[in-house]
Design a binder for this molecule. Structure first.
Ligand code: AGP
Length: 608
């Protein structure tokens, strides 16, 4: 979490740092700060709040200078206030240091420093690093950085300035990503590519336990032993450039409306219209490998985990390989039985989620075959996984994931079709699945066109404190995702259940004050879902039903119908989730919530 930007060159650093913080705010936005070197001193400004509100109050004269570092924070250690905001310094103000990640042995180090007379001013683990670096610095920044790597455990990325090094930034990386952007007589340090685009034309990915000394015209890389490292920079991918809302009120709204097009591109790039040709030469798994696998584990977190639940079902059903979804943060601890006949699929929008990275590490250690289903190919997980299937959903800015989620579901269905084909599964109706996939973009377009139905329901549920979401079989994960979207952005407490669970406990919650959302689209489970709906009705519960437009029975039973086109039930979850996105969006909007940057959350969770 958190975002790092550093600049050294001929321009004023402050505007570059502020713009960088703005572009990195999707990683955390509870406070921000900068430090700039001028006239032998480091000038620091840091405040709680969002950069849009803070930057106008930061005095460009007080912060004039051409070398500086900036940070946007997602609090892990200590509340979001001024003293806990980065940059952190030592008592003399000789060092300004910004940090992503967590120092795991910070308490032991803090005790040791306090015993030695150091007075701490914040609750953060980061301040430990600032004091340690200041004490280790004897004119050689690499030696001081090596000392940090030796003494600190955890995952962290650091950008550091020292008052004695006017035009120098120091970058240190362990676990968390850190990049050096190479420009013309200016260089930058950043925790991801976004703030580098437009200034840097090439980028250098820092490796594990590496140190970089960056000036406006030079970049030197060293390993943890202090030996020089030589690495070729790569060109900057300009598709990562800053994107706007294209006239939409929120990124979430824009991203929901992008779904038909993104799904069309994904389907069109992989499968022909009758499902005979499924192109997957680029993902690093050949037909022999598909035939060899005896199990598929899908790992992800949050929305990506919900995609894993669907993925496990579609792979097992179509390709007849035992498949399961495991929350990525639970994976390594469960000590899974692994080996070359197990395929582990890491599903992630960002490709940087630490929990998912750790799960992938466990898979690699266990000698399993690995695949990343990712929206950012050039990401930590993208570089680790044996193969990558790119979602091509385009940059997703809203913290609440929408288009990446539907692209994940679609990608996993395509992958299942490919696996079925490679394994020669005769029971799979390739033509039916391919037709449903081809129908998907229009179906999602139609579901979005019925925005008004969800908006009307939102006017009612906006007053709720609690909600229930129910779905069965293919749509049990849709229910979980619908509930997550609602709680994430509207702050209504929403629980998703496989509807079979209803009678085993959750029915105790049903009342007029707790709206229940039920997914009742055509398929084998429809009658049973209608049974659940009646059970809720009998207890005077309010009911919202995701149903086919022409479903009279659903219309009769529901307080509100959220209409969707009818698709093969194995593909339908990809469209059924859409009205639930809209319902959450509209509810959050009516409740006046900050939709794109909900409280306490960050887009990319780079700590465990
Ligand atoms: C989605 O709306 C959430 N913000 C969150 O659950 C997210 O899906 C999760 O943190 C995983 O992120 P990833 O896809 O980037 O790995």
């Amino acid at each position: 979490m958190c975002g790092i930007i550093g600049y050294t060159g001929n321009s004023q650093a402050l505007p570059v740092l502020i713009q960088g913080i703005r572009l990195l705010s999707y990683r955390g936005y509870d406070s921000a700060g900068v430090s700039v070197w001028r006239a032998g001193a480091l000038h620091v400004r840091r405040d709680p709040g969002r950069i849009e509100d803070l930057a106008p109050g930061w005095d460009p004269d007080a912060l004039a200078g051409t070398t500086g570092v900036g940070h946007t924070r997602w609090a892990t250690h200590g509340v979001p206030n001024r003293v806990n905001a980065h940059p952190h310094s030592d008592a003399d103000g000789a060092v300004a240091l910004v940090h992503n990640g967590i120092v795991e042995n910070d308490l032991a180090l803090r005790k040791e420093l306090e015993a030695d007379g150091v007075k701490f001013t914040s609750d953060t683990d980061t301040e430990v690093l600032a004091h340690l670096f200041a004490r280790a610095f004897r004119g050689d920044p690499v030696a001081a950085a090596r000392d940090l790597l030796r003494r600190c455990r955890g995952q962290f990325a650091l950008a550091i300035q020292h008052r004695d090094l006017p035009h120098t930034l120091l970058a240190v990386r362990r676990g968390s990503p850190l990049l050096i952007g190479l420009g013309v007589r200016e260089n930058l340090v950043a925790s991801d590519l976004r703030p580098l685009v437009g200034r840097a034309d090439r980028v250098l990915d820092m490796g594990e336990d590496e140190i970089a000394v960056v000036t406006p015209t030079t970049v030197e890389l060293f390993d943890a032993a202090g030996a020089p490292v030589v690495r070729e920079p790569r060109p900057v991918d300009h598709t990562e450039r800053e994107i706007g809302k294209d006239g939409h009120a929120h990124f979430m709204l824009k991203e929901m409306h992008e779904q038909p097009h993104r799904l069309y591109e994904l389907v069109a790039s992989r499968v022909d219209s009758d499902g005979r040709l499924v192109r997957f030469d680029d993902v690093g798994i050949d037909d022999d490998a598909w035939r060899r696998f005896s199990r598929v584990d899908l790992v992800g977190a949050g929305t990506a985990y919900h995609a894993c639940l669907y993925g496990a079902q579609v792979i097992e059903t179509l390709a007849r390989i035992p498949a399961r979804a495991v929350m990525s943060h639970e994976y390594a601890a469960a000590q899974p039985v692994l080996g070359p006949d197990v395929l582990v699929i890491a599903v992630s929008q960002s490709g940087e989620t630490m929990d998912t990275k750790v799960a992938l590490e466990a898979a690699l250690e266990g000698d399993a075959a690995t695949l990343g289903v990712l929206n950012v190919r050039q990401s930590v997980i993208g570089r680790m996984a044996g193969g990558v299937m790119d979602l091509h959903a385009g940059p997703e800015i809203s913290v609440a994931s929408t288009k990446a989620h539907t692209s994940m579901l679609c990608a996993l269905a395509l992958l299942a079709l490919k696996a079925a084909q490679a394994r020669g599964v005769t029971s799979t109706p390739y033509g039916d699945i391919a037709r449903a996939l081809w129908a998907l973009p229009d179906a999602v377009r139609m579901a979005l066109a019925d925005f008004g139905a969800a908006a009307e329901a939102a006017r009612d549920v906006r007053r709720a404190d609690h909600m229930l979401y129910l779905g069965r079989s293919w749509d049990s994960s849709t229910a979980l995702e619908g509930a997550l979207k609602m709680k994430e952005i509207s702050y209504i407490h929403a629980e998703g259940y496989a509807a079979g669970e209803l009678k085993h406990g959750p029915i105790a919650l049903v009342s007029r004050e707790v709206p229940t959302v039920a997914i009742v689209t055509p398929g084998r489970m429809r009658e049973r879902m209608l049974g659940n709906v009646r059970e809720v009705r009998a207890r005077e519960g309010e009911i919202l039903i995701v149903a086919s437009k022409d479903d009279e029975e659903a219309r009769f039973l529901a307080d509100f119908v959220l209409p969707v086109p009818t698709l093969d039930e194995r593909i339908a979850p990809i469209v059924n989730v859409v009205p639930l996105q809209v319902l959450a969006y509209e509810t959050a909007r009516l409740r006046g919530c900050d939709i794109d940057q909900p409280r306490n959350l960050a887009k990319t969770v780079t700590v465990q």
